[in-house]
Design a protein around this ligand. Structure first.
Ligand code: E4P
Length: 221
């Protein structure tokens, strides 16, 4: 399973990259705004900065919601760097835009997916990635992971090449369960990635090993 980090924060992207296990980055307009990145040129510069840190797919979302606008914006974004993936919302014109970019060989990420039917449409349109938002479904008492299972089944039935990008991952259990189900990618905050490191038995075991080593080293002096 590929690990993407879901942030526009350059320090967090660097920290995840330094671990050596980062495969890409997803951003969205809210995440850009959270970092105070506003204005077209600043947004463009920020995407370039992210692409310089990570050697992997970087999702950059269009703001336009009409077909022509999405094509114009998406082409501009795709031109920024070879790793840019044009992120398109799951709306009617978005499906048409996904097909356009897919025919042109430009990578896409279909975002704001909340149902199996939407995921089926995205795959039919040739999306590179489909992003079901599991955390936001959990937020409204709907099982987000069940949606990943459903999409996995449908895509496997027909050998769709669209990769399932489990999005809106909130914590380590989401990551583990996505891996069990067979999501191709997960995107989540840095805490969901680094949280996987933690186990109290690792900490106590290491402390014991180091203490025993120090004792025997002192005895052999
Ligand atoms: C995905 O690409 C989105 O940026 C993201 O995962 C949304 O997550 P949230 O529901 O935590 O905002």
């Amino acid at each position: 399973m590929k690990f993407f980090i879901d942030t526009a924060n350059l320090d967090q992207i660097r920290e995840a990259q330094d671990l050596g296990i980062l495969d890409g980055v997803t951003t969205n307009p809210s995440l850009m705004a959270k970092e105070g990145i506003t204005g077209e040129q600043n947004v463009i510069n920020h995407y370039k900065a992210i692409c310089e840190i990570v050697d992997g797919d970087v999702s950059a979302e269009v703001i336009a919601t009409d077909y022509e606008g999405m094509i114009a914006e998406g082409m501009k974004l795709a031109d920024l760097h070879e790793n840019i993936v044009v992120k398109i919302p799951m709306i009617k014109d978005g499906i048409k835009a996904l097909k356009y970019f897919s025919d042109k060989g430009i990578k896409t990420n279909c975002t704001l997916v909340f149902s199996a039917g939407q995921a089926l449409l995205a795959a039919k349109a040739g999306a590179t990635y489909v992003s079901p938002f599991i955390g936001r479904l959990d937020d409204i008492s709907t099982n987000g992971l069940q949606l990943i299972e459903q999409i996995r089944l449908i895509y496997d039935n027909y050998a769709f090449e669209t990769e399932i990008l489990a999005a809106s991952v909130r914590h380590t259990m989401h990551v583990i369960e996505c891996a069990e189900i067979g999501a191709d990618v997960m995107t989540g905050p840095l805490s969901a990635i680094t949280g996987l490191l933690k186990h109290p038995l690792t900490d106590s075991g290491l402390a014991q090993f180091l203490a025993d080593h120090a004792k025997s080293a002192a005895a052999n002096k």
